[in-house]
Design a protein around this ligand. Sequence first.
Ligand code: ATP
Ligand code: MG
Ligand code: MG
Length: 385
Amino acid sequence: GATIGILGGGQLGRMIALEARRMGYKVVTLDPTPDSPCGQVADEQITASFTDVTAALRLAELSDVVVYEFEDVDDQVVAAIENRVYVPQGSRLLFTTRHRLREKAALERAGIPVAKHSPVSSFSDLEAAADEVGLPLIVKTTTGGYDGKGQWRVLTRESLGAVWAEMENVVSSSSESAAVDPSDAPFIAEAEVPFVCEVSVVVARGATGEVRPFPAAENVHRDHILQLSICPARVSQDVLAKAQELAVRAAESLHVVGLLGVEMFVLQSGEVLVNELAPRPHNSGHYTQDACVTSQFEQVIRSVTGLPLGSPALLSPVVMSNLLGEHLEGAIQSMPSWPDTFKLHLYGKEESRPKRKMGHINVVAESTDVALQQLTNLGIFGVCE
Ligand code: ATP
Ligand code: MG
Ligand code: MG
């Protein structure tokens, strides 16, 4: 059978690999850590740095198709793989989505609304952003951030200096120096969006242009980390349709082949802004594993192997709760008394740390309210609502 190469060995790669094997494919993975979550379940693992071009070419040689499962990989390495083997997502999509300013520019070109923002390379840029974009501001590193890492909230002009001092540390500790081209700036300052809720849509697009969005999930973050995804999202039909429309437009304008996770803010007015994109399966799409006809992991394999896309139809209301390091102990202890509709997914990570994503639970139920109550009753996630 055909072999799927996976660049990146995290939990997303693991869940792609598990589905790929169920569907009869072989899997090879490349990650710097031996026995990474993905490596553990692959047929073969290459242990090497993501900047090791020889290792990347070896992955290409062993694979019929290569996918990447995270964004913080050098688009030049992906370009080298692309010269040897089919990389449906492509290095171009990675180049755009791994950089918050390039991503926002691409969204704006497609007519998709985003928060007011400006590039920041210097303290005076930060001061100018406070004037032009307004306060409160959320400042983010343009590359490499996830789970809210590399973000600062600025509430007052007086605090700009202290925030800049922390930001400077981040830049000088990386090799990047102050950028000349503003679109390559190391930071982006965004207006803080007064959202009523956050939703996301994972959309699949095949090489033929076929597009299928999954239903929108409503996302609850704690400390900037996703805690709950609730599907169906508790928003109007109008907002649901708009969210799917925006996701489809984003996938089409970026010529995605594979999946695109589209995170959005919903305003009181019903207006929807796109927060960020992920050119891969998305944490907020894990609910599809136990609640949809086709999971996002099966769908990514279908889209990159040229199979027709599967039905994204939702079979049951569902709530996904992430299991972070601090939840793990309580989860394992309470497992014997879990309702029989709790579906556990663990990522095989050796070391548990607070805030580290160790697994997730999908709860299918007659309503999302019932699922949320059952999660609250576990007593390890606090009040889920
Ligand atoms: P992820 O793990 O989703 O990749 P990330 O580190 O890339 O996260 P974002 O998605 O940009 O970060 O931000 C994390 C969360 O912080 C958002 O889901 C939202 O709750 C909040 N947030 C980020 N940007 C803004 C903003 N401009 N206005 C209001 N809230 C924001
Ligand atoms: Mg992100
Ligand atoms: Mg995000």
